[in-house]
Ligand binder design. Structure first.
Ligand code: GTP
Ligand code: MG
Length: 315
């Protein structure tokens, strides 16, 4: 266990007592003195360190606002798309991108894998990307095309994208469980699961397995949010869409898959759909921060753009 500002001897005592960070954070000072045999001063310090680490100490709305301003955002490469998201894909939260076949979900993921590596003043986080691929659609060729067209160092871009293929949900869980170390070591600032829905939908079939599926989805969603918060990274998962049998709920004939239990997990939910030619429409439809709005963007050879070829021809 590591805890900011807490001496090694105390950490050693905690380990011997087999208490978890959560146990400590919800204890009283007296309980801590009793359980770990430390002084009152150390117990107070330990309690607030544990609560800080878990992010459960209250803050004022002003402090909250300041920390929101400081939160990292990764540009999508489309100003209009960034606009509806409040600057791009945010760290410390889970973003869902749902859409039909060929709507551009994977292309957006590729673009973000590149953009997260950009310096802060260019819309990046100076970090690396971790791409969990469940459909084996990761394409180095597309990354090379996108990076080349923007004059980036292609080799370095490829070096800073870690890819792991998840063959089933069990494997997905084990990859996510073992991510913490890599995230810290490699300065991962973007974690992608593309597609999040596919294994869950193909493995848990039928009404009798629905409850189990929902539990698994909730569990992994919680783990993803915890990683996002603890390591200050953006987590983006893609979802498929299904026919909406109760149209009044979503106001459209299609809705994201995985049901209600999942629906409340992502902090931001985006729906992408094809429009004319290479244009796509993104709709932010469930955000506590931004109103429901739509943005037009394009998927071109060079990646995501505001208008086709504008970046290629006019810069
Ligand atoms: P599924 O994974 O099938 O659910 O779809 P998706 O939403 O992930 O689709 P994806 O992001 O793979 O988008 C595929 C679409 O992107 C294609 O139909 C093309 O329209 C576009 N696209 C892919 N590669 C290129 C390219 O090199 N040039 C251009 N102009 N468009 C491309
Ligand atoms: Mg895809």
């Amino acid at each position: 266990m590591e805890l900011k500002g807490i001496d090694k001897e105390i950490l050693q005592k905690i380990e011997e007592s087999e208490l978890t960070l959560e146990n400590i954070a919800v204890s009283t000072v007296t309980e801590l003195i009793d359980m770990i045999k430390i002084s009152e001063k150390d117990a107070k310090k330990l309690l607030s360190a544990a609560q800080n680490e878990l992010g459960i100490q209250p803050v004022t709305a002003l402090q909250f606002l300041e920390s929101e301003r400081k939160r990292g955002k990764i540009t999508t490469s489309s100003t209009e798309f960034d606009g509806i998201l409040g600057g791009g894909i945010w760290t410390q939260e889970l973003t869902e991108v749902a859409g039909g076949f060929g709507s551009g979900k994977t292309q957006l993921c590729f673009q973000l894998c590149i953009n997260v590596q950009l310096p802060f003043d260019e819309g990046g986080l100076d970090g690396t990307a971790f791409f969990i691929d469940t459909e084996r659609t990761f394409s180095p060729k597309r990354i090379i095309e996108m990076a080349t067209s923007r004059g980036l160092d292609v080799e370095s871009i490829l070096e800073n994208i870690y890819i792991s293929s998840a063959v089933n949900t069990h494997h997905l869980f084990s990859i996510v469980d073992s991510l913490a170390e890599t995230i810290q070591e490699k300065n991962v600032k973007l974690l992608i699961v593309d597609s999040f829905a596919s294994h869950f939908r193909s493995e848990y079939i039928g009404k009798e397995r629905l409850v189990e599926r929902q539990q698994k989805i909730m569990q992994i969603a919680e783990e993803l949010v915890a990683l996002a918060v603890k390591y200050d990274l953006a987590v983006l998962v893609t979802n498929q869409i299904i026919a909406n049998v109760e149209e009044f709920l979503f106001g459209s004939p299609e809705e994201p898959a995985l049901g209600f239990a999942w629906a409340h997990r992502p902090q931001q939910r985006i729906f992408v759909r094809k429009s004319r030619g290479s244009s796509r429409i993104a709709r932010l439809f469930d955000s506590s921060r931004m109103p429901e709005r739509e943005a037009l963007f394009y998927v071109t050879e060079s990646g995501l753009t505001d208008a086709p070829f504008s970046s290629d021809f006019y810069t």
